[in-house]
Design a protein around this ligand. Structure first.
Ligand SMILES: Cc1cc2nc3c(=O)[nH]c(=O)nc-3n(C[C@H](O)[C@H](O)[C@H](O)COP(=O)(O)OP(=O)(O)OC[C@H]3O[C@@H](n4cnc5c(N)ncnc54)[C@H](O)[C@@H]3O)c2cc1C
Length: 408
């Protein structure tokens, strides 16, 4: 088990500087263009693939970094470059983690490489859980998966929404209901292989921010997938369902809302994305405040401006510390007794929204235009308090964990 340290080791520093170089030289210069185009920045993903930054190997290395800091460091640097492009690069990771967490060795080996493709033919993947009537309330999911015994196939029907890379993905990971009586305990995840008939893209959303990242509905109409596409396998699912039915019969465990109970370990990664965006806006604001002159002196000479920058930086550093603590806890298997993962995501995402708004204020009229990046960063920052559980859901999780009470 790795000792906790506040300092990245030499190898991590080297990787961080390498990612930062890509973010500064390739991602940031392309940000405004892809934000306006509202399209997946395939050429940038391809560049990332060419240098090994968009690859299963790279993410696996960071995911299994024993200090826990590999993923937050990667997210912070990439999202410092640009949130929309960065999400296009790391969005596949959400689906890959779904397979790594629940899949068998064989499933991981078969499907995760197909999610990334290769440098000459890059692919992306999508993780599809949310539905029009099941956002925060994951337990009200309706997409059904029914097993066709005769053919040994699962048949999926339903509509997913807000799926990052939905419809353009090579591989879709779809969460569906296998036993409606069991709430979120009756859900299972399925691989939908490339070109499976019945899966189509619905509406593609025009968004407020992270516009370079593709977000769309995914429609599943009699989608048939082979039995081996059930993540974890049928034996494991049957055992899990039997246990859940026993508990439900005994009147024991309250069936929890999955959105409130899970993701504790993955939320710090979203916090790290928020730290990256916040830091980028803060740096722009600091630079502007020291060079912009009014009343014959740089605007940072005014306490009103300087103190804002002091608060911005303090909050960003505090957010990073919460993120690093939670990532280290996740990697070293420490129990999240105070919902530390949710705390990190809540604080970092709210910080990003606040800091990017302050950056606009410090840049004045220029901050309000698309000539300067802080306007885009503020639009992008709004997503962090919404996806992977809204800020309200994080507060619910934290309050319930601390109190043990079923706070609504
Ligand atoms: C750009 C983008 C990308 C996304 N990518 C993916 C993806 O790849 N895969 C995927 O599955 N999903 C994805 N999502 C979905 C995302 O996770 C959901 O939007 C999120 O969980 C919130 O659900 P909702 O939008 O239905 O809001 P709702 O759940 O309807 O919430 C609306 C408001 O009510 C509040 N609220 C709800 N319940 C409570 C409560 N109990 N107490 C207090 N307040 C409450 C919420 O905090 C929010 O303010 C994405 C969303 C966006 C916008």
């Amino acid at each position: 088990m790795a000792e906790f340290t506040m300092e990245l080791n030499d190898e991590q520093k080297e990787v961080r500087d390498w990612i930062h170089g890509f973010a500064a030289d390739v991602v940031r210069p392309a940000a405004a263009e892809w934000d306006e185009r509202e399209e997946t920045p395939w050429p940038v993903i391809q560049e990332a693939a060419k240098i090994g930054l968009y690859s299963l190997d790279f993410y696996a290395q960071q995911f299994f970094d024993p200090t826990g800091l590999g993923i937050p460091m990667t997210m912070e640097e990439l999202f410092w470059g640009d949130a929309g492009i960065a999400l296009s690069i790391v969005g596949t990771g959400l689906a890959a983690v779904g397979v790594l967490a629940n899949g068998t060795e064989e499933q991981i080996g078969t499907w995760v490489p197909q999610m990334y493709g290769d440098a000459n033919d890059v692919k992306v993947a999508a993780f599809c859980s949310s539905e029009p009537d099941a956002g925060s309330d994951v337990a009200s999911m309706r997409t059904r998966a029914v097993y066709d015994e005769a053919k040994g196939e699962w048949v999926l029907n339903g509509t997913k929404t807000w799926a990052t890379n939905g419809g353009i993905a090579n591989v879709h990971v779809v969460v569906a209901v296998v036993d409606p009586e069991l709430g979120s305990k009756g859900h299972a995840s399925f691989i939908v292989p490339p070109n499976t008939p019945g899966l189509s893209q619905g509406q593609k959303f025009k968004k407020h921010g992270i516009r370079a990242s593709h977000t769309a509905e995914v429609v599943l109409e009699d989608v048939r997938v082979p039995g081996h596409c059930l993540l974890g396998g049928k034996g494991k699912l049957d055992e899990r369902l039997a246990r859940a039915r026993e508990k439900a019969k005994a009147g024991g465990e309250r069936v929890k809302n999955a959105a409130m109970a899970t993701f504790e370990a993955s939320r710090p990664a979203v916090g790290a994305m928020a730290v990256g965006t916040a830091r980028a806006a803060y740096e722009e604001a600091l630079e502007y405040a020291t060079t912009r002159e009014q009343f014959g002196r740089p605007i940072i000479d005014n306490q009103g401006v300087a103190f804002q920058l002091a608060d911005m930086r303090t909050q960003i550093d505090a957010a990073r510390l919460l993120v690093w603590r939670a990532s280290w806890m996740a990697t070293t298997g420490k129990p999240f007794t105070s919902a530390e993962g949710s705390m990190s995501k809540l604080f970092a995402s709210e910080t990003a929204k606040k800091v990017t708004a302050q950056a606009i204020q410090i840049l004045g009229g220029n901050g309000f235009t698309r000539e300067y990046p802080v306007e885009r960063m503020h639009r992008d920052a709004a997503i962090y308090t919404i996806f992977e559980g809204t800020s309200e859901i994080q507060r619910l999780v934290i309050a319930r964990t601390l109190s043990g009470m079923p706070i609504r």
